[in-house]
Design a protein around this ligand. Structure first.
Ligand SMILES: [Zn+2]
Length: 270
């Protein structure tokens, strides 16, 4: 069995971010969950990107036993009024267990999508780190074109953070070494199948299996054979053979170890 540790079910069933799911859309998610289970993906961590999407994540986790939620404001959604939305997120986190909220995320820094306000992103990220620490929740971290500054922010908290993942890992070996030293996990997705992605394959070769978790980031980042199409949690097993080959182990071993890692990361066994 596999656990998809980073998915956006909300965005598989609707086109635009930041509106609540309709009843039909909430029901439509069932198909994805069934297909995922048929492919061996038994659990899905559905990740929030804004207040509205976090509320969608909570609703889906309430409806489907296979789904858990994370809540948080993505750096690209750190608008001028992010603190207002953050207040509601704090309220939700206070009752995290009953809402099946297992983490804070995705949060971090993104200096790729313009325009952005570096200081505002850092403030928003720090507030979320403190929230995760206060409530002992896992952190799902996004980073793009901001590796050094992200490490700088995290360093201050690195001794306190016990459970964190760098989602959709695409940084270099030096970055990997730093976060692995802090005990973080690396989230690996289908880009490991992309022909030009020798960097990621090398990082995975050099990283113990006990520090990896699997994710699809659906509907984004489909495997090479399906590029240009919508990704789904059911496609997760399509890139696992690449990891197995790099590590010289069986797919079953990758599945067993990464599932155990994901359970520890998000404390899924209670
Ligand atoms: Zn994501």
């Amino acid at each position: 069995m596999f656990i998809d540790t980073h998915c956006h079910l909300n965005m598989i069933v609707k086109e635009n971010f930041d509106r609540l799911l309709t009843d039909d859309e909430l029901k439509a998610v069932q198909t994805d969950i069934e297909q995922a289970k048929a492919a061996g993906v038994t659990t899905i961590i559905n990740v929030g990107t804004s207040l509205v999407e976090s509320l969608n994540c909570i609703e889906l986790a309430r409806r489907y036993k296979e789904v858990f939620a994370t809540v948080g404001i993505h750096p690209c959604d750190a608008t001028i009024t992010w603190r207002d939305d953050f207040k509601t997120i704090v309220q939700k986190v206070k009752t995290a267990a009953s809402l099946r909220v297992v983490g804070v995320g995705e949060v971090g820094l993104d200096f790729y999508h313009k325009p952005f306000d570096k200081q505002r992103q850092k403030d928003c990220f720090k507030a979320h780190i403190e929230l995760a620490l206060e409530h002992d929740l896992a952190l799902s971290i996004h980073v793009r074109e901001a590796g050094e500054e992200l490490l700088y922010v995290l360093e201050e908290f690195s001794k306190q953070i016990k459970r964190a993942v760098i989602h959709c890992f695409s940084q270099n070996q030096d970055f990997a070494n730093v976060v692995l030293g802090w005990g973080f996990y690396l989230g690996i997705d289908a880009p490991i199948t992309y022909p030009k992605n020798e960097l990621l394959r090398n990082v995975v070769t050099n990283t113990p299996l006990t520090s990896l978790v699997l994710e699809t980031d659906s509907p984004f980042l489909p495997p090479q054979e399906l590029r240009g199409k919508k990704n789904h949690p059911a496609y997760l097993p399509k890139f696992v053979q690449v990891i197995a080959d790099l590590k010289g182990v069986s797919v079953e071993e990758v599945a067993a170890v990464t599932t155990s890692n994901a359970k520890k990361l998000f404390r899924l066994d209670g």
